[in-house]
Design a binder for this molecule. Sequence first.
Ligand code: DP6
Length: 326
Amino acid sequence: TGKATAVAHPNIALAKYWGKRPFGHNLPAVPSLSVTLAGLATRTTVAFDDALAEDELHLGGHPAAAGPTRRVSGLLDRVRAASGRTERARVTSDNDFPTAAGLASSASAFAALALAASTAAGLSTSPEGISDLARRTSVSAARSAFGGFVALRSGAPGDETLPATPVAPADHWPLRVIIAVTAEGPKDVGSSEGMKLTVDTSPYYAAWVTDAPSLEERVRAAVLARDFQALGSAAEASALRMHASAIAAAPGLLYWTGATVNVLSEVRRLRARGIPAFFTIDAGPHVKVFTVPEAEDEVTTALAAVPGVLRTLSATPGPGAHVVDP
Ligand code: DP6
């Protein structure tokens, strides 16, 4: 019928991706490993329509700006080329979490778009195919095609496709993720732009690329063994080393605010009191704190009281992208 709706969830990287290969095709320079979240979702409908002269994008009920619309059209062009369809599409996408808070949403957005567009165009919709298609527009979106714990290796010269691969299902480990929201409004420097500046100008970027694979291996082993302490030390190192490479760019990329640092200190205080918790930070001022179910209430209360924390959101490991009824 030329129309389909899909839901996808954001993912949080425990081993971070930061930086692209220099040989094109949007290939990551380092391996990454993430957990896809239940509790936050993007719902996207794609309708091909031969009455349209241009692709149309509505985000959260409002017509989108030119930049996001171009990025969406880039993905739709691949779907049109693969399926032989020529019509433009009407795309509506809504998040059930506050996008104004600048929380990473490109992962769930492009995973949902890839699945909805491929379904609407009558293409095959294997999770591998959806993952690779989403990865070409936004690398982290490749991981949201799958649920649970998901890895994406680094790109190699000559890679024609690069899908993410599942590491363990969502019910492998019932971790809790508490997001400490520390600011409203979109971030100043988006991740694509920030990592390009890091690649081009940071003297620490080469060290990050050399070091990141061993951190990804430590994260993977800790996830498979359900070793919380080992996971925490590897995941915090990945986040801090990623940010160290970015801070050393010219001009230095400071995604953190005072509130960000307050949360990091609070997580270390909780740990010193024997409460299991570790943090990770993406290209923005919010902090994502991982804990175990028994400590969730105590950690949430402590984070909500940190100066500069506006509110908290909580999530658990969840499913991959899936087609739903409109
Ligand atoms: C810090 O996937 O948003 O969240 O590939 O340019 O779209 P593009 O970048 P994006 O970068 C995400 C970076 C990160 C770490 C991660 O998710 O691995």
